[in-house]
Design a binder for this molecule. Structure first.
Ligand code: UT7
Length: 334
């Protein structure tokens, strides 16, 4: 329920991203699976994705993205009060991946925890972190969306494995004063637990701990009902975009850049066409990275800032949906 529009006064100090060096193309799948480059490009927009090798897993990716954000901002890791990682593919089952980042970056004064919201993980983390800053206790937060989906993808399942890739995106944010007009003007976060088994990993948790049977049944890999997720994503993406703009009193043409979770080009395009945004206002990099889950929005934001499409003063809309089911938005005046 929405009681009021609540601005979260945060300033963006720096961004960073990291992806593994190994590229896996559609043709690499076509060599051993009944699929083709044409099918994958036409149905998803993906041409290649990055796949982690040893030493490039969730914590190292998150750490490099976080380090890049700190370096760009010129902020000492000791000044960070909070490290949050949005991830569903943690470095180890516990402790939190954020604690690895804490150690490896030397954020010695920070609290650290993970948020599990799948592809909405970056936005859930950004909004949670911003709320902590708004609360007034803490000033500076490092927010990282990161996933190594290759580690939970079933490379025998052509209906899902072709979608995913690995990567991390980070933002460093600081509490701002309400009077400077910057910050998250409006946000929305949703979940629908009825969809828990639409996209999930059946084993490896407490319900079905790892054993020979779970391994033989490939239950440590994700299971996805692609068609149902597709339908959910198309309708929810459009709804949340319209709702966020409408409630904030912002017209679509006032938004400088939309950075959507990169799930499937057709899903993103259907939202763009419905709202009537020109192509250049919608970030698309899915052809190079596939769906990096919680990584995608932070990667996109960093790329847009580095190539000048997003700068100080830009009004950006971030929007994501994912397993859970979860979906979220943030309208951010930079
Ligand atoms: O961040 C959230 C994560 N998940 C998503 O965003 C997934 C959302 N869903 C999707 O992106 C799409 O549903 C997929 C890309 C997964 C599948 O595309 P689709 O157009 O919905 O295909 P479909 O599942 O309706 O399957 C159409 C046909 C089927 O063959 P039949 O039954 O018509 O003979 C599939 O077996 O395409 C077949 N197919 C493939 N063919 C070649 C499924 N995967 C492949 C493949 N290569 N990789």
């Amino acid at each position: 329920m929405l009681d009021k529009i609540e601005r979260l006064p945060v300033r963006l100090l720096g961004t960073g991203h990291a992806v593994p060096s190994r590229v896996m193309t559609n043709n690499d799948f076509a060599k051993y699976l009944d699929t083709s480059d044409d099918w994958i490009v036409e149905r998803t927009g993906i041409r290649e994705r990055r796949i982690a090798t040893d030493g490039e897993t969730t914590a190292p990716l998150a750490t490099s993205a976080g380090r890049a954000a700190l370096v760009e901002a010129g902020i000492d890791p000791k000044e960070v009060d909070l490290v949050i990682c949005g991830t569903v593919t943690p470095e180890v089952p516990f402790p939190a991946t954020a604690c690895f980042v804490h150690r490896d970056l030397g954020c010695v004064n920070a609290a650290a925890f993970d948020i599990s919201a799948a592809c909405s993980g970056f936005l859930y983390s950004l909004i949670t972190g911003s709320k902590f800053l708004q609360g007034g206790t803490w000033k500076t937060a490092l927010i990282i969306g990161v996933d190594c989906m290759s580690r939970v993808s079933d490379y025998q399942d052509r209906g899902s494995c072709i979608l995913f890739g690995d990567g991390a995106g980070a933002v460093l944010i600081r509490r701002a004063s309400l009077s400077d007009g910057k910050g998250i003007l409006h946000h929305r976060m949703y979940a629908d637990g009825k969809g828990v088994e639409m996209l999930y990993v059946p084993a490896g948790g407490t319900r079905r701990p790892a054993n020979e049977q779970t391994v033989a049944a490939r239950e440590h890999y994700l299971r996805m009902n692609g068609r149902e997720i597709y339908k959910f994503a198309v309708s929810r993406m459009q709804e949340i975009i319209e709702q966020t703009l409408c409630e904030a009193g912002v017209r679509p043409e006032q938004v400088d850049m939309v950075i959507p979770h990169q799930s499937n080009l057709r899903i993103i395009e259907s939202a763009r066409q419905r709202i009537g945004w020109p192509k250049e206002k919608m970030l698309i990099n899915i052809e190079r990275y596939g769906n990096t889950s919680a990584g995608s929005i932070g990667i996109g934001l960093d790329e847009c800032r580095k190539d000048g499409r997003v700068k100080e003063g830009s009004l950006i809309l971030l929007v994501a949906f994912g397993a859970g089911l979860t979906w979220a938005s943030a309208l951010w005046q930079l």
